[in-house]
Design a binder for this molecule. Sequence first.
Ligand SMILES: Cc1cc2nc3c(=O)[nH]c(=O)nc-3n(C[C@H](O)[C@H](O)[C@H](O)COP(=O)(O)O)c2cc1C
Length: 187
Amino acid sequence: MDLKDAIYSRRATRAFTADAVDEKTLRALIDAAIQAPSAVNAQPWAFCVIRDKTLLAKISQQAKAYMVRNTPLGLVSHHFDQILRDAEFDILYRAPALIVICTTAAIPWAVEDCALAAENLMLAACAVGFGTCWIGFAQGWLGTAEGKAALGLPEAYLPIAPIVVGRPKAPMPAVPRKEAEIRWIGS
Ligand SMILES: Cc1cc2nc3c(=O)[nH]c(=O)nc-3n(C[C@H](O)[C@H](O)[C@H](O)COP(=O)(O)O)c2cc1C
């Protein structure tokens, strides 16, 4: 798959087969991620790969409870509030693997650097037939002392991009894009 196909066909994947993601694939995705640019080439990222089902279930439960406790009323839609309170809803969509991209230092642009690494990773996964979804819902709890301890992260690290990875159960429909707002200045 060429780059343009990956850019245009990548979709947030929310249903996965039970197939495990092998280590070689995960390493290749992380290798693509670290080709991203980073400010002053600091490369302030680390990757935590979780395939342990018990821990994945714990992350989902804790992250949902954290969101319910900490999201100000009105900021989350009724639909999101309902699913976050649903004991059956797995915010990680029963994906076989979760890669959490973390900043390793509180330096300028570290968050942007990790976001760029995340997009590389998601495009690279798409190019080899894997689905991904950035799970913003998981970020809050993973960034707590308890969440970091669950991942064995050093205190200075901060989870930025929790990304589930797996084989898509079915092709995901495209989500329409708004027209780009472009302000031309000069010609
Ligand atoms: C920062 C960020 C956080 C996101 N958090 C979630 C999430 O918690 N759960 C989810 O199902 N999708 C999440 N998504 C996926 C978006 O909903 C999805 O990318 C968007 O609807 C566009 O669809 P597409 O990725 O298929 O183009 C997140 C995406 C980004 C970039």
